[in-house]
Design a protein around this ligand. Sequence first.
Ligand code: FE2
Length: 207
Amino acid sequence: MPFELPPLPYDHAALEPYLSADTLRFHHDKHHKAYVDTLNKLIAGTEFEGKPLEEIVRATARNDKHKKIFNNAAQVWNHTVQWNCMKPGGGGAPPREIADQIDQAFGGLDEFKKKFKTAAVDQFGSGWAWLVVKGGKLDIVTTGNAEPPFIDGRDVLMTCDVWEHAYYLDFQNRRPDYVGTFLDHLVNWDYVRERMRAPTAALREFA
Ligand code: FE2
């Protein structure tokens, strides 16, 4: 069975006024779909056809021979997580379970937001900002292009896409404003908590 583009967990206009329906139409219906379609073409008839998505990402990571498969598989994974990391009426205070760990790791929610925003803005070029957990401790990391941190044993709790296609229609070159808006108005802390409780679980969309 080829991979299918998971539907957005909300309507295209549901994140307005923070992210426009146009952004979601291009980003989900065009960019994300292209990664799914390209992945299906690339793996058809190969050892990867029919394998779980995470397994394909791990098996092709940092392997020049499989670079195209890795890039597309990882982008399918990253975007699927990303849509779930946002919701209408998001942002605000995280549930206690997450807030306690954020306090421990970063010294409070405001400090966390400041560090996450700085990391996301400092990621040069295309990439991703992540809240991860390794060895039971939260951390913020960024990666370039398509890399998800789980290939290095860091489990993903949350991500923010900082490729220009994620924000250019709404924010043009103002990446700091986009990341600030993501943190203040869009983060789906319930999903972050779900990932915190089962950080290595396969994405339900591809399970
Ligand atoms: Fe993207």
